[in-house]
Design a protein around this ligand. Structure first.
Ligand code: IPE
Ligand code: IPE
Ligand code: MG
Length: 247
């Protein structure tokens, strides 16, 4: 039976964040250059964005390039910059028509000037859209984000007793975005790799061995359905346990 059109049963995460990993291994398995894997990964992203709109996910954060990824061979780094440029050129019009708002998280300054301009243009063009908000984490690192926040807090002369978790959240690149409910990591690695280290405090995790280019809508649905069965306690007890303890 084709289940593609059936709605997700249960609660939908408001914010899904994805560590899109495994592009290189996907390519290697096929005897292709790593950049072919990154291109295939980009094609897949288009499918997952569509699925987010269909399933009613409101925020999607995608990890596209980490502050540590600069350490890869120059050819791969340049190729990844070019892919971001191509994606903006090819997809911006359609994303805008679909009501997608694009945001960027990370340090824009280190990207080539032409790419910074493209990203800023995409943000400006889509800023009033609200069907799906996509944070593109490009030159993003969680530690860098926290350091940047601390620098800003000090610059603003915030008094120590005014520093609260809520205030810190407002100084992060993700200010205004709710914390991720669900974080998906493809390709099986069991680590955070400097992604949303503050925001992930109570996120649910879904890790799959599937490489990112093969992570399709059906597997995305599976992740959402598993999420809907999770019991999120946030350090407390479930309401059922609470009632039982009082009986
Ligand atoms: C994820 O795929 C994309 C980026 C980090 C840019 P990888 O390139 O890390 O793929 P693997 O982990 O080498 O297979
Ligand atoms: C995390 O993947 C970064 C992105 C997906 C952009 P990596 O492949 O860079 O992470 P490690 O090196 O396996 O931890
Ligand atoms: Mg990787």
């Amino acid at each position: 039976m084709n289940t593609s059109q059936s709605p997700i049963s249960g609660k939908i995460p408001r914010h899904v964040a994805i560590i899109m990993d495994g592009n290189g291994r996907w390519a290697l398995k096929r005897g292709l250059p790593r950049l072919a894997g990154h291109k295939a990964g980009t094609e897949n992203l288009r499918r997952i964005i569509k699925a987010c709109v269909e399933f009613g996910v409101k925020y999607l954060t995608i990890y596209a390039f980490s502050t540590e990824n600069w350490g890869r061979p120059q050819e791969e780094v340049t190729g990844l910059m070019r892919i971001l440029e191509d994606v903006i050129d090819r997809e911006l019009g359609e994303l805008n028509e679909q009501g997608v708002q694009l945001r960027h998280i990370g340090r824009l300054e280190r990207l080539p000037a032409f790419l910074q301009e493209k990203v800023l243009h995409a943000i400006e063009l889509t800023r009033t859209n609200d069907r799906l908000i996509i944070n593109i984490a490009f030159n993003y690192g969680g530690r860098d984000e926290i350091v940047h926040a601390i620098q800003q807090i000090i610059r603003d002369g915030v008094a120590p007793e005014e520093v609260t978790p809520e205030l810190v959240s407002r100084y992060l690149y993700t200010a205004g975005t709710p914390d991720p409910d669900l974080i998906i990591r493809t390709s099986g690695e069991l680590r955070i790799s400097n992604f949303l280290i503050w925001q992930a405090a109570y996120s649910e995790w879904y890790v799959t061995p599937t490489y990112w280019p093969d992570f399709d809508k059906e597997e995305f649905r599976k992740a959402l359905e598993e999420f809907s069965r999770r019991d999120r306690r946030f350090g407390k007890v479930t309401s059922a346990e609470y009632e039982e303890s009082r009986a």
